[in-house]
Design a protein around this ligand. Sequence first.
Ligand code: C2O
Ligand code: CU
Length: 515
Amino acid sequence: MTHTTEPDKGAHTRDGQETKGEHTKEGRGRKKALHRRKFLGGMAGVGLASVGAAGAAFSLLTEGTRNKAAAADGSLVIPDLLEGTASDGTTTFTLATQTGTTEVLSGVSSTTSGYNQSFLGPTLKWTKGDTVLLDITNNLDEDTTVHFHGAHVPPKMDGGPQNAFSAGTTWEPTFEVLDEAKTLWYHPHALGTTAKQAVHGLAGMIIVEDDSDTSAALPGDYGVDDIPLIFQCLAVDSAGDIKYDQAGYLTSGLSFPVLVNGTNVDDTTLGFTATKTRNRFRALNASPADIITIQRSDGGTLTQIATEQGYLTEAAEVTTIRLVAGSRAEFVMDVTEDVTLQVVITTGWIRGGSGTFDFLTVSAGGSDSPDDLPSTLNTIDRYDTTDFTARTITLSNTGATMKINGSAGLTMASMAMISTTLGAKEIWTITNASQLEHSFHLHDVPYQLISVNGEDPTGVDLGWRDTYEVVGGGTIVIAMEFTDFADDTYMYMLHCHLLQHEDEGMMASLMVTES
Ligand code: C2O
Ligand code: CU
């Protein structure tokens, strides 16, 4: 199926989410993370851009380069797992941005970018409690930065716009992994160039592992029974030029190819042969704007186990999983006969894709009989927000100028700044004063949904989130607690995750200082 160009306002309703499950008192506490700062001896350049041996790193890292879109046998491409190097208690992951070409549209070569390869990046695995160091070289011809979306890290290591580093230089953030098991991702975040760099392929998944009983009970063998699914619905012209801004979206003759792990699934259903009965899938919507909804072609249910920020209290049987741009979810399926998964694309902006695509057939191949899932996956104490500090965040626009609280965040100086203190507990009312779809992302800490368009949250909306849909004219209320990190120079960001909107100014800063 090739789908072209008609604007589609889309239906912005959340449908089909039912939950069921038993409740028990047992369970794992959401452990308060203890922040232990660790510094690397002798690494003066930690957290700062420093000139690296870009040339040498580049040639080493390009050895594994290949066109990921060409899955010759029609099987799902699993992004490589990047091996870290452990030394002195720190695990180092080496990444470098590079350019290349990929068949984003079948049969047409597009100029693309990736980390250590020509499109997308390898998956990183972090373990809670470990100290990691990311050694990232910028081989683009412009500034970039790498943000660890959803990670609870110091603002100086967060990869926001203040961490931008120039062409030919290396940035080496390091931190202790405080997050519990969850699915994160990494992507650029320099002001004004995020959409361009991300749509060309600069995006990758991060899997955080922990030693919880729940993690031990779930599939976790990467690429075997723990499967990443990175979705992108892009806008591409017939010559293969990937569009990322309003001017580009208004060119005629665009196509909106849907990619899964870098492979175009417009006309192809990829295959994955399960070797275990129970399979875990980690879905990431890395699209610039479009909403993706995952479902089974037979109308059956998916067992959702996690939202962006970790395990649900109990597994939820859902018929659809709706992911706004930037959002993630994890689900498991016990596959005893072949199952085909579909992705439904709903446009998130003035133009975008639409349609339903059979993207993956999972063939039954396991002969094992998995135990029942734990009846309790996590303990989530719902916030009592009575004494929380209230704020209002208003999303608006004047034409293509996007604003938060009246300010277009096109520069650090022009963006609205939220100032808070370490330990603050806050309740924010996010109001969408526009008729455009927005996706609200907060850096640093997870949030709970307190209300969604005036309704109490239910089902998977009771899980920890970091990115959530705010429909045109809609309002969400969220609550959070600012733990562990304060800084009076480096800021976190809060913004719309429709990439073009953030580049057009729907970005504000968050300064968390010592109380
Ligand atoms: Cu995924 Cu501030 O970004
Ligand atoms: Cu937006």
